[in-house]
Design a protein around this ligand. Structure first.
Ligand SMILES: *Cc1c(COP(=O)(O)O)cnc(C)c1O
Length: 514
């Protein structure tokens, strides 16, 4: 027979039904095989622009070809040259290790290509998004009356949340508007504010305290000064889980400050807010529920695939006001009777139905599994802190907090002596006990340590070597100007052995480089 549903002969965009089935099955088989063999492959394989050009440059095909060739080229020239962010030994940045239930949802949405911008086009998928948003709100303890949407990620969610803040507090004229955040806020916040017409010199990046948290008193003082100068403070951005160290800004105090000062409280919890699903996380993130807007990426700690971010706004009207426009050509789709056009709540008109993968993931694995993994990976970072303390060649640079811990090699001398270059910090109850040490009330480790460009370079070299070897993937950052190795073992496949092996590898590379 001819192509699927084809009226005429030789439909150029369809294949024979049997062929489609066969190709589809082959893709599924390869993807599952890739999952099964993750541990055996490198975490990443470098590829220069030159090599990639050589492998992949070609003119746009005028004539179609054999789809098998496209698939073969994908597995040969594309797939190997990408970091496997779901690799059990990938502990860089914020890993993403989606569940199989999430992947099922991806396949379904790709296969059905729903248009998730307006209710009239997709009542089913739109209702799924409403349901999923309610699940998330309830799971993290955010008010049920809040509205929101799923976004491409935390960057887009920050942009849209801050747009609501700007519109709500400043109206359509952002002139003189000032926003406040700590020096640890994510670059996505800077970019969002820039796009929204809040120039760099109106973004107050307040120096963080010794535990890398926003200092509410310093914010209030800055707000007072800005008001005196005739400026218009409108928003405080608090981070619930900073990228550098997993620090959590003092949310309750910031909520109080925002109430007193009539400011919008925006919480960027892109990776960390999911921890509010757990008992301990809920305590640590207390005050989150008071945010006017909250960013949370299911594609990070909720084990869902890219691109799945989420924005929740307490007063949903504010989000609607910031984005709703109704041109003539969309009059037919104006929502009624409680129906929701998600296009009215953000920048996208055409949207994929990304809620489906959250829905299939949770229906397959359940919230309890997500909670369990959040707790386990938090504990794992806490144990990593203990293991760093136990290895005399390593120095702890920030305590485990929300699944992130920073350390560095103490240098060639320590490598040769097999002991630390600096006195290790005093052991602490939580160290090694597998508890997330909450990053609070501690000695300012990084600030205390030596400022030493040679040591920075030494550690940089270790990280580069490690990335080249491809057994692990860790990333680096700077704390108080010092180069540190940052460990973020959030993957549901990452085990204690992976983390210990990584620390041993750093010790080994340090020895080899000394
Ligand atoms: C990851 C992250 C972002 C950016 O989110 P994307 O999904 O990468 O766009 C913003 N803020 C924080 C705190 C993050 O962890």
């Amino acid at each position: 027979m001819s192509g699927a549903g084809a009226e005429g002969d030789g439909e150029p965009m369809d294949l024979e039904l049997e062929r489609m089935r066969e190709l589809g099955h082959r893709v599924v088989d390869r993807v599952v095989e890739r999952w099964a063999n993750l541990r055996e492959r490198p975490t990443a394989r470098p590829g220069s622009r030159e090599e990639m050009e050589e492998r992949l440059r070609e003119p746009a095909p005028e004539e179609g070809g054999d789809p098998e060739e496209a698939l073969a080229a994908f597995w040969e020239d594309v797939e190997p040259f990408a970091g496997a962010t779901n690799h059990p030994r990938f502990m860089a940045f914020i890993p993403s290790s989606p569940s199989f239930g999430s992947l099922l949802g991806d396949w379904l949405t790709a296969g059905c290509n729903f248009f998730q911008g307006t209710w009239i086009e997709s009542p089913g998928p739109s209702q799924v998004e409403l349901v999923v948003l309610d699940w998330i709100k309830e799971a993290v303890g955010y008010p049920g009356g809040a509205r929101g949407l799923l976004t491409s990620g935390g960057s887009a969610a920050n942009l849209m949340g801050l747009a609501a803040a700007r519109e709500h507090v400043l109206g359509t004229d952002p002139d003189g508007g000032v926003a406040y955040c700590s020096d640890q806020a994510h670059s996505a916040v800077d970019r969002a504010l820039r796009v929204l017409g809040v120039p760099e010199d109106r973004v107050r990046r307040i120096p963080s305290d010794e535990a890398y948290r926003l200092d509410p008193d310093a914010v209030e003082e800055a707000v007072r000064r800005d008001r005196e100068r005739g400026l218009r403070p409108f928003c405080v951005v608090a981070t619930a889980g900073t990228t550098n160290t997993g620090a959590v800004d003092p949310l309750e105090e910031i909520a109080e400050l925002c109430r007193r000062q009539g400011l919008w409280m925006h919480v960027d919890g892109a990776y960390g807010a999911a921890a509010a699903m757990t008992e301990r996380g809920r305590e640590r993130l207390s005050g989150l529920e008071r945010a006017d807007s909250l960013v949370l990426d299911p594609h990070k700690w909720m084990y869902v695939g890219y691109e799945t971010g989420c924005l929740l706004v307490r007063d949903g009207e504010a989000l609607y006001d910031a984005f709703h426009v109704l041109p003539d050509y969309l009059k037919d789709v104006e929502a009624e009777r409680g129906e929701v056009n998600f296009a009215d709540y953000g920048v996208q008109l055409t949207r994929e139905a990304r809620a489906i993968r959250v829905w299939t993931s949770l229906k397959t694995h359940g919230l309890e599994a997500v909670r369990g993994e959040i707790e386990r990976t938090c504990r794992l970072a806490g144990r990593a802190e203990g293991w760093v303390r136990e290895r005399p060649e390593l120095e702890l640079m920030s305590r485990a907090s929300m699944g992130v811990v920073c350390f560095r090699h103490a240098g060639p001398e320590a490598a040769r002596a097999g002991r630390g270059g600096a006195e290790p910090p005093p052991a602490d109850d939580t160290a090694g006990a597998g508890e997330d040490s909450a990053g609070a009330g501690e000695e300012p480790l990084a600030a205390r340590s030596r400022d030493d460009p040679e040591l920075d370079a030494f550690n940089e070299e270790i990280v580069e070597r490690s990335q080249e070897e491809g057994r692990f993937m860790v990333s680096s950052t700077r704390l108080h100007g010092r180069y540190v190795i940052r460990l973020c073992p959030l993957n549901h496949r990452t085990g204690a052995g992976d983390v210990e092996d990584l620390l041993d590898e750093v010790v080994r590379l340090g020895r080899e480089l000394s």
